[in-house]
Design a protein around this ligand. Sequence first.
Ligand code: HEM
Length: 283
Amino acid sequence: MDRTSIDIYSENLYSMLFRNGDVGKNYIYEYIELESKRRKYLPEFGKPMDIIQFLVDNSNYVEEDVAKMGFQLQRVIESGIMIIANRLYSLVIELSIRHEECKELLEEQLSLIEMNNGSTHISFEMLDEMVLLDAFIKECFRMSGGTTFMLRNTTQDVVMSNGVTVPKGEYVCFNIQTHNRNPKLFGPNANSFDYKRHIRLGMKLSDASLANLIWGAGARICLARLYSVAIIKLVMAILIRNFEFFPNYRSQRNSKFEDLDASHYTILSDRNKTSGLYAIQRS
Ligand code: HEM
């Protein structure tokens, strides 16, 4: 097996680039092989919750073919990046329609620049100081969840507290849209966009609790949540500092509302013929 390969289906590509000095040596397979073996000897409570452990727990290929595991790792990372891109797109739509909030977010960024003696550099620690941005992103996520979330397949009959039995082998999922509009959790204005509620509640985007299930919960919670929070806040801060966004939608004729499992994002983007957003660079 060619361990310098980037992908099992194009084994020679990476080797060729490596020979030409265009890329460095690929250490990922050695790392996966070593780590997956090491994890076998760790006690259950000592196993880290990370992507390697996720692959070890879920892959048929452990030790059998480390390159296939590498390929799966690549797929997990690619899917994760696609989720982030998708979320960022929705957040930019929110920026384009929420100009009042956007002004407050810009002021927060400007005051951070001022505190940093005019430097526009964003350090990792500074992300923690972006309290309004954190709350804004969290509120957008709260309002956007679909009705199908955390899909599970039952491995045995499950009797629910109301007496209903879910038979073995059935698929069940969680309706996060309803959950996120529960007044018991979010107060009487649970249906409205009020991003400062999270500041009042002292809750952060990265928290995992009943009031923030965006990352899932329990043993299967998102492994990349801290990474995702950092990337999303960093990109949003750069966008807010540099651009003002405006929507450019035209209503789609003959569309039937009932046809769609719509969140407010789908209403704005998919249900309308969009000629895109436009951005104006700040001076
Ligand atoms: C805004 C971005 C993201 C959101 C909202 C998100 C959300 C979630 C949610 C809700 C789950 C739990 C699913 C369930 O219980 O059925 C999950 C699991 C997972 N996420 Fe993310 N995720 C994000 C980004 C990422 C990224 C960037 C990666 C990888 C680079 C990633 C890797 C994973 C993995 C491997 C799991 C499965 C964990 C397990 O089953 O043990 N996620 N994510």
